[in-house]
Write a protein that binds this ligand. Structure first.
Ligand SMILES: [Zn+2]
Length: 217
């Protein structure tokens, strides 16, 4: 393969990734750091995307990308969705224990992993609440591990997200909802439902053995 062919292939991969990111309504800044393309090139690709997808409504988001880790801890539902997404990040290999991602040196392959994890999350979760922008932020926040970290729930072993400095024992949303039930789980109306513990893998969160990016077991 000639040098020019190699460069063409790399550029083609960048363009394909950028179009995929535009489809997820990623901001221009986000597309730039995950593809390495210039702002001008991204703007032209937006026009290309709209031409190639007539009838599809794409919002071009402006302003700053998400910056608050508290978003992922604000409700049990959000914690659970963030844990599912984080588990998928671990499975595709973009979040790995001890490896910090440099936002200035992200590769196209890592961008493709992010898209794959996010698209799988959308396929698994009904009415997903995490935007692509927040998903991209979650990857970098978990890789920094300075505000939020991954834990295994001490009750069932499922993956859970926690404040790095919390003094509480890390538990997943399901176990947290039934703190006093021994062997039983409280239903939506506070009624105790006796049933065996649900395997971690069956909750939509990958089993601990398949994960590589967790903080503490
Ligand atoms: Zn649990």
């Amino acid at each position: 393969m000639r040098v020019s062919d190699d460069r063409y292939c790399r550029d083609r991969l960048r363009f394909d990734l950028a179009l995929r990111l535009i489809g997820h309504e990623a901001r221009t800044h986000t597309i730039r750091i995950w593809t390495g393309l210039t702002e001008d090139r991204v703007r032209k690709l937006y026009r290309t995307y709209i031409t190639e997808h007539p009838g599809e409504r794409i919002t071009r988001r402006r302003g700053k990308s998400p910056q608050r880790c508290g978003f992922f801890l604000r409700s049990p539902r959000m914690q659970q969705e963030a844990a599912v997404l984080a588990g998928l990040f671990c499975m595709v290999g973009i979040v790995v224990r001890g490896r910090r991602l440099d936002p200035r040196a992200l590769t196209v392959t890592q961008g493709e992993m992010l898209c794959l994890a996010y698209e799988t999350y959308h396929a698994l979760v009904t009415a997903p609440q995490i935007s692509f922008e927040h998903a991209a932020f979650l990857v970098l926040a978990l890789s920094r591990a300075d505000e939020i970290v991954l834990h295994h729930c001490c009750g069932c072993g499922a993956l859970a997200i926690a404040d790095r400095y919390t003094l509480r024992t890390p538990v997943c949303g399901v176990c947290a909802a039934a703190p006093h039930a021994s062997g039983g789980v409280r239903g939506a109306h506070g009624l105790r439902i006796d049933r065996p513990p649900v395997p971690a893998a069956a909750r939509g969160t990958p089993a601990p053995a398949s994960l590589g990016g967790t903080e503490a077991g």
